[in-house]
Design a binder for this molecule. Sequence first.
Ligand code: ZN
Ligand code: ZN
Ligand code: ZN
Length: 373
Amino acid sequence: MPTMPAPFTTDDYRARMARAADAAAEAGLAGVLVAPGPDLVHLTGYRPVSTERLTMLVLAADREPVLVVPTLEAPDAEEAAGAAAFTVRDWTDGKDPYAVTAPLLDADGRFGVSDNTWAMHLLGLQRQLPGTSYTSLTEALPMLRAVKDAHELALIEAAGAAADETYHEILKVRFAGRGEAEVAADLAALLKQFGHSQVDFTVVGSGPNGANPHHEAGDRTILHGDMVVLDFGGLKHGYGSDTSRTVHVGEPTPAEQHVHDVVREAQQAGFEAVRPGVACQEIDRAAREIIEEAGYGDLFIHRTGHGIGVTTHEPPYMIEGEEQSLIPGMCFSVEPGIYLPGRFGVRIEDIVTVTEDGGRRFNNTAREMAIVE
Ligand code: ZN
Ligand code: ZN
Ligand code: ZN
């Protein structure tokens, strides 16, 4: 019987909010302002829709968390994280929500603001408090959600296992003669069958479409002889999955097999570079070096990886120039690729977590090129 994982507790949320407030103070900020979105979900468990009505969590090191909400949404907000998590300050339609929020803020403070805060809300606060200034929360505190606790790791592992089940099943479906969108719909249905509540992407890049890493799925009919990049993921119990495998319809040519072998070796090298204290850019370098040595350096046109948690793409980023050290509990993708314009692409992606001893994969399906029909 599948069981629901235990929910996070009010204590979990209070600890997260306290950590965020402390980190903000350490970064020289007067506080953190969080609009509806992944940061609010992580800090409070509350998932309101993002609208023209102001909802904003105000965190500062020296005071209790306050959630500003429209009066009509106050009951839901109080239920979300447990009434003890924060104080609710509501405002009624017709009142100025920024005038309600302003007394909670230092009039000349600098604040970290969640990246998805609507401009109208930030402009409203600036109008009320012209002495305040603001910076992107992702820029100011990029590591806010990066290190996962044991409970979060279990959820990301479970999401990864569901993505692996999806891959096993997709190998059994027909590819040749069907549209990319049909296989993409199969992927989405399988992710849901294995417990995902949200499907974020189902890339099916066949033949030349595989050379475009952001190609999702179109009306191209998959042909015998195609390489097909599959990249799919979403949220299960609120935490993300994201995995990629490249399959071939029928037997590959030696050239196709060679490119796939290079990507697989690069993915392995990136994975083996994972251990505490290593800079994020070293993961990118380890994978990229293999691809450059094989002569395909110009055709690896994206970063090697990205963090994952309550979203499917977030810091830390595995890219040249990112000197942040890996810390046990971080989770991110290792996903090198080679893209030959007009011909085909290959990408192999696993979610990896950092442990005291090195990396541990949350995707464990075979990385050898699978042959499909
Ligand atoms: Zn082929
Ligand atoms: Zn992916
Ligand atoms: Zn990814």
